[in-house]
Design a protein around this ligand. Structure first.
Ligand SMILES: *Cc1c(COP(=O)(O)O)cnc(C)c1O
Length: 487
């Protein structure tokens, strides 16, 4: 006999009838309980190896003939998925730039998913569009831009960077070569275009240049100095050499917080060089952008309003759920790259009447209402709340650096400017690698690993403001212990 299909009712959705509302509340509460129950101890991970995990999450049939329903689903989630999730809120997690998330921003995610607005046109997201527009206006002001500036939310720093490089490319071709890339494609001299960024900048630079049809060869990697900041003499020499060789400098990218070290390039000096050669200056502040909210440390990131565009990631140091990022441009007109009119979506006559259709500012069409998270967290915590978060994490990085420096079992190289500390046990690369693996599978502690000066290093990305000095001391002791037994 053919199996019965499950018949849908309003209880499968949130609708206006009471049954549906009660069911919504029940399912949300059940989900919240299942999540909180999975936080059984303070570790960040269940310790399983990749092979063990594959078994743990295995389901016989991904698409059963008849669905397993609510009880079946929760049982499956509670047994297979939730216990093995990485708990980014644990103070034992400090590997990467993704973080624990502030509760008001988790509440925002529920709102985002429930109302499911798409940001492409006003008639799909009226209030959401106005909130994103106001949030971007505020962000432009926060980073020092004037009235002509504009911004848009993106899926992350990589897309924000690509958006900026596209704006730089088209701006350069329009204003310097009198050439319309949107209409005609790349100009004949495209393979002479050059984009300058430090050798430790994010790989989204190369990726973007490839996707823009310019290739990896268009990216010039500028050496860094002993503090892992772009060497500005080298930058100017490389540009001058390129001009001499017939290449065409288009854009320079300052990294405001490198992914590994948190080191910060000097935008004031880069601005002077870019002005001299008629180049666009972009700030990749995916990591360091939150530092602006700390009166104590904001001058560390420099004056970002000197840059023509800025990448701001909210799903890193701002402690918001993935994904949440914005790209800001000093001249809103540069977003023209993405403007395209479709009869069914964003008619010009509507836009003239004041209906904003944000599809004209984005690589994406359907797009999440991520701006709500920023709006909620800024309202909830205010300037001082965020200053406190930033100060705590920078303070922790400073404390840890000093402790490592004072202990001969460790080597530490770069004084942290933000919240990342790269160090190593004074032992072989193999010992350092073994320690990181043992931390994961014996302790459920997840830390980072990178390479400095050809040597394997360990990395703490200290974005969790709940980390205490005592916690850092105990982690140091544990790393030493594991180092001893790994020799
Ligand atoms: C994280 C990061 C990116 C990439 O951002 P995503 O949000 O992961 O796409 C780019 N640049 C820097 C400096 C970063 O730290």
């Amino acid at each position: 006999m053919a199996a019965m299909e499950k018949k849908l009712s309003s209880c499968d959705f949130l609708a206006s009838d009471n049954n549906s509302k009660e069911n919504y509340l029940r399912v949300i509460e059940r989900t919240a309980k299942a999540i909180t129950n999975s936080f059984k101890d303070s570790s960040s991970y269940s310790k399983l190896t990749p092979q063990e995990l594959k078994k743990a999450i295995f389901v016989e049939n991904m698409l059963p003939e008849n669905g397993i329903g609510e009880d079946g689903l929760f049982e499956c989630l509670e047994k297979k998925v939730l216990p093995n999730m990485l708990r980014t809120s644990s103070t034992d997690y400090m590997a990467h730039l993704h973080t624990l998330t502030l509760l008001p921003t988790i509440a925002s995610e529920l709102i985002i998913a429930t109302y499911n607005q798409s940001m492409d046109s006003w008639d799909q997201s009226p209030a959401a569009t106005e909130i994103e527009v106001e949030t971007c206006k505020f962000l432009c002001k926060l980073y020092g831009y004037g009235e002509n500036a504009g911004g848009c939310f993106t899926s992350g720093g990589s897309q924000s960077n690509m958006t900026s490089l596209l704006m730089a490319r088209d701006w350069f071709c329009r204003t310097k070569l009198n050439y319309d890339v949107k209409k005609r494609g790349l100009p004949p001299e495209y393979n002479k275009f050059r984009f300058y960024t430090s050798e430790i900048s994010h790989f989204s630079m190369e990726k973007s240049c490839h996707l823009m049809g310019l290739g990896y060869d268009s990216v010039v990697k500028v050496p860094v100095d002993s503090k892992m900041k772009m060497d500005l003499t080298a930058l100017e020499n490389l540009i001058a050499q390129d001009v001499k060789n017939g290449n065409i400098p288009v854009c320079a990218v300052a990294t405001i917080g490198t992914t590994d070290y948190g080191s910060i390039d000097n935008v004031a000096e880069m601005r002077k060089i870019c002005d001299k050669y008629g180049m666009h200056l972009h700030a990749d502040a995916a990591y360091g952008s939150a530092v602006i909210l700390s009166p104590d440390y904001k001058n560390r990131i420099g004056n970002l309003s000197l840059c023509d565009s800025v990448t701001v990631d909210f799903h890193k140091m701002f402690l918001m759920p993935i994904s949440c990022s914005a790209v800001l441009a000093k001249d809103d007109a540069n977003f023209e790259v993405f403007e395209l009119h479709a009869d069914y979506l964003n008619r010009e006559e509507d836009e003239e009447a004041g209906y904003t259709n944000l599809v004209g500012k984005s690589i994406q069409t359907t797009r999440r209402f991520d701006a709500l998270k920023v709006w909620c967290a800024f309202q909830y915590y205010g300037q001082s709340g965020y200053a406190n978060i930033v100060n705590t994490t920078i303070g922790n990085a400073h404390y840890f650096y000093e402790r490592l420096k004072a202990d001969s079992a460790f080597q530490v190289f770069i004084e942290p400017e933000i919240s990342s500390v790269v160090f190593r046990l004074d032992a072989s690369d193999d010992v350092n690698k073994a320690v990181r693996r043992k931390l994961i599978h014996e302790d459920g502690i997840v830390i980072g690993q990178t390479v400095y000066d050809g040597k394997t290093c360990l990395k703490f990305t200290l974005l969790n403001p709940l980390v205490t000095h005592e916690k850092l001391d105990s982690l140091m002791a544990e790393i030493k212990r594991l180092g001893e037994i790994s020799k």
